[in-house]
Ligand binder design. Structure first.
Ligand SMILES: NC(=O)c1ccc[n+]([C@@H]2O[C@H](COP(=O)([O-])OP(=O)(O)OC[C@H]3O[C@@H](n4cnc5c(N)ncnc54)[C@H](OP(=O)(O)O)[C@@H]3O)[C@@H](O)[C@H]2O)c1
Length: 332
C-alpha cells in the first residue's frame, strides 16, 4: 500500500510518499481501507517531535479517518468486512490502510459521506468532551469559543448551539467570522493578531468582554492558547469554567490572580487519554454526536480536499492558520 511517511523530524516538506507493507489485524483490531483522512493541528506537531506522543520512525501522521473494513482480527465481533467506519488512531491514517483497535472505531450512519466522517470523530469528540464532560455547559449559558472557525473550534460552536448555549465566536478574520455565524454562532468577533503589545492586549480583552456581555462567558473553550488565553480569561463569568484544549498559538503563562478574582475554574481537556480510561467513552459520546448529526444540528465543514500525494501541502495549509473548518485528504 501507499503511505505518507515521516522519516526525519521536520515540517510538512519532509514527508514522503512510499510503498510499504500492508498492515495486519492483530487480536482486537480491524484493518480499514482508508477513504479519507482528516487533518488536525496535532499532525503539524507530531512530525516535528513537538507532540505529547513521539512514535518511532518511520510513521505516517493522520489521526482521524473514515473507510471500509477490510479484515478482522481475532476476538472482534462489533464489525464485519465491508462495514463503513470512522476511527481515531493518533497517527497512521495518512495511508491507504490502517490497522486499528476495533473499539476506536464507530459505524458511519448511512447518510453520512466518507468525507464528513473523516472530519468527525476526533474533531467533534474533543469538543463534546470539553463542553459536556469538562465544562458542564448548560442551556442559556454564554460560551466563548476561541479559534471558532478551525476544526475543533467550529465543532465547539455547533455543539454549543446543540446544547442550548449562546455562542460567541472569536476569530482572526472576517471570512472566519462569517463561517462561524453561518454555523450558528450568535455573535462573531475578530481579535487582534498575537503577539500582543500593551495596546492590543487591552483591545483583545475589551473585544471579548464586550461580546460576552456584562455577566461574561460561563464557559470559555480555548483551542488557541498563546496571548489569547489571558484576554479570554479576563472575559470569563463569576464561577466560570475555562477549558484548556489546545495551544495553536503557543503555551500561555496565566497570572493566577485572574481565576481568584472570578472564582473560576481552569480545566484541562485531553480527549485521547479520556478514551483510554473506558471503552464506553467513545461509543457513548459518538452516539449523542451522531444523534445531533442525524437531526441536522452538526454539519462538518470541509473547505479543502487534497490527494494523498499532497498530504504535506494539506498539513502546511492548516499550520499556516488557513483552514476554514476542516481540511481532508482523499485516498483512493
Ligand atoms: N485537548 C485535546 O484533547 C485536543 C484534541 C484535538 C486537538 N487539540 C488541539 O486543539 C487545537 C485546535 O486543533 P485543530 O485541529 O482544530 O486546529 P485548527 O483547525 O488549525 O484550528 C486552530 C485555530 O487556532 C487559531 N490560531 C491562532 N494562532 C494560530 C497559529 N499561530 N497557528 C495556527 N492557528 C492559530 C486559528 O484561528 P484564528 O485564525 O481564528 O485565530 C485556527 O483556526 C490545537 O492546538 C490542537 O492541538 C486538542
Amino acid at each position: 500500500m501507499k503511505a505518507i511517511l515521516s522519516r526525519s523530524s521536520g515540517g510538512p516538506e519532509t514527508l514522503v510518499l512510499e510503498e510499504v507493507d500492508d498492515p495486519e489485524a492483530a487480536a482486537g483490531q480491524i484493518v480499514v481501507r482508508v477513504k479519507a483522512s482528516g487533518v488536525n493541528f496535532p499532525d503539524t506537531l507530531i512530525i516535528e517531535d513537538r507532540y505529547q506522543f513521539k512514535p518511532k520512525r518511520p510513521f505516517s501522521p493522520g489521526a482521524e479517518f473514515s473507510g471500509v473494513v477490510e479484515a478482522i482480527g481475532s476476538g472482534v465481533c462489533s464489525f464485519r468486512v465491508g462495514d463503513r467506519v470512522m476511527g481515531f488512531s493518533r497517527w497512521g491514517a495518512m495511508a491507504q490502510k490502517v490497522a486499528i483497535d476495533a473499539d476506536r472505531c464507530v459505524a458511519i450512519p448511512d447518510k453520512m459521506p466518507f468525507d464528513e466522517a473523516s472530519a468527525f470523530i476526533l474533531t467533534y469528540g474533543t469538543s463534546y468532551y470539553a463542553l459536556k464532560e469538562r465544562g458542564a455547559l448548560r442551556t442559556g449559558e454564554t460560551l466563548l469559543v476561541l479559534g471558532a472557525a478551525g476544526g475543533v473550534g467550529l465543532a465547539a460552536t455547533e455543539i454549543g448551539k446543540a446544547m442550548g448555549a449562546r455562542v460567541v465566536a472569536a476569530v482572526s478574520t472576517t471570512e472566519k467570522a462569517t463561517l462561524a455565524r453561518e454555523r450558528g454562532a450568535d455573535r462573531a468577533v475578530i481579535y487582534p493578531t498575537a503577539p500582543f503589545n500593551l495596546i492590543s492586549r487591552r483591545e483583545a480583552a475589551h473585544v471579548l468582554k464586550e461580546a460576552c456581555g456584562p455577566d461574561g462567558a460561563h464557559v470559555v473553550c480555548d483551542v488557541v492558547g498563546g496571548d489569547y488565553s489571558e484576554a479570554a480569561l479576563r472575559a470569563i463569568a463569576w464561577d466560570g469554567r475555562f477549558l484548556v484544549v489546545g495551544f495553536a498559538a503557543g503555551i500561555p503563562q496565566i497570572p493566577l490572580n485572574l481565576p481568584l478574582l472570578k472564582s473560576c475554574q481552569i480545566v484541562g481537556v485531553f480527549w485521547g487519554p479520556w478514551l483510554d480510561r473506558s471503552g464506553d467513552h467513545l461509543s457513548r459520546s459518538a452516539a449523542e454526536l451522531l444523534e445531533w448529526y442525524n437531526s441536522g444540528k452538526l454539519r462538518p465543514c470541509i473547505s479543502a480536499r487534497f490527494p494523498l500525494t499532497k498530504a504535506g501541502d494539506a498539513i502546511a495549509q492548516l499550520g499556516a492558520r488557513k483552514a476554514l473548518g476542516k481540511i481532508i485528504i482523499n485516498i483512493d
